[in-house]
Design a protein around this ligand. Structure first.
Ligand code: GDP
Length: 307
């Protein structure tokens, strides 16, 4: 399956809901009257595009309809255009350190997909011909250590793990030493899920970052917050709180395949001013995509003539 088909497939639930609802509204009211505008607003907000983005699309559509006589199916192109304009225009790839090793810390609340995404990222790097390593620093959950080891076996990626209950900062320390010794290009540190409200756990994350920062200049070079698309706007609070403790460099939005609210990718990026770097569209190792705003906008609002 091509990359674009994969994004389309992953966003199918969101896209199909948006497409059918929007099509119905613009077909029955091609000139966008008061009621139909309200209906469109409702549909966009239901897809979690967020208030700001929804307003921007509706305003642009109203203007285009009034001044250029646009109508009906043009709404899709207008929405697509506004979304593209609002998102970071470049595709953002992973940071790369000046030294040999880039350390990426994966943070977020439990169950968002940190462990799975760490493994998917390691897979991506290896598929690009570089060497990756995984650090199992979620020492609170025995299952998380086992899960990461299993991924490591499957993907042929080295995993550094400590015992259940051991100090995550010390596992991270060992992992950095090992990754450097083995000439790895990337080390992905899977951290324990924590509620952003739990102060002591957040402090522990700070410590982990401090320890690896002492070992390797500028580390962690990337701090990715993993958020679950199915939790909708909750992700916004998580991002705000994590950002205070561990300044985030980007987001990974997972489980887009399981929601019709995939618009939250736009809302979160627009409102937090943080780039979405990757999206998760399934449970398998290659179900991770670099986030491409243009393809995303196209997948969400395809040209009706091509559907
Ligand atoms: P963690 O607690 O944050 O480390 O979360 P896990 O990596 O253990 O993931 C929790 C569950 O979400 C697992 O069952 C994963 O298979 C699943 N998962 C992770 N990413 C995705 C995704 O993009 N799509 C789907 N459908 N499931 C995912």
């Amino acid at each position: 399956m091509g990359l674009f088909s994969k994004i389309k497939e992953g966003l199918k639930r969101t896209q199909s809901k948006l497409f059918h609802e929007v099509k119905r509204i613009v077909t029955s009211s091609p000139k966008l009257t008061g009621d139909s505008i309200e209906e469109l607003e409702y549909v966009l907000i239901s897809a979690d595009l967020g208030m700001q983005m929804t307003r921007q699309i509706i305003d642009a559509a109203k203007k285009a309809y009034e001044t250029q006589g646009k109508s009906g199916d043009d709404f899709f192109a207008i929405a697509r255009n506004e979304i593209e304009k609002s998102l970071t225009s470049e595709r953002c790839d992973l940071a790369k350190s000046d030294g040999g090793l880039t350390i990426v810390s994966m943070v977020g609340v439990n169950g968002t997909g940190k462990t799975t995404t760490s493994a998917k990222l390691a897979n991506l790097i290896q598929n690009n011909g570089q060497k990756a390593m995984l650090a199992a620093c979620d020492t609170f959950r025995a299952a998380a250590i086992d899960q990461l080891k299993l991924w490591g076996e499957r993907l042929n990626v080295d995993v550094v793990a400590g015992d259940y209950g051991s100090d995550p900062a010390s596992v991270a320390h060992d992992a950095v030493t090992s990754a450097k010794a083995k000439g790895c290009n990337y080390l992905f540190v899977d951290t324990a899920g924590r509620l952003h409200t739990k102060n002591n756990l957040m402090k522990e994350l700070e410590k982990l970052h401090r320890v690896i920062g002492k070992q390797e200049q500028g580390a962690p070079h990337e701090v990715l917050l993993v958020v679950d698309a199915t939790t909708g706007m909750n992700a916004m609070n998580q991002a705000r709180e994590f950002n205070k403790i561990a300044p985030l460099t980007g987001l990974v939005v997972t489980k887009l395949d399981g929601t019709s609210k995939g618009g939250m990718v736009v809302a979160i990026q627009k409102e937090l001013n943080l780039p979405v770097k990757f999206i998760g569209v399934g449970e398998k190792a290659d179900d991770l995509q670099s986030f491409d705003p243009k393809q995303y906008a196209q997948a969400l609002f395809p040209d009706p003539a091509e559907e």
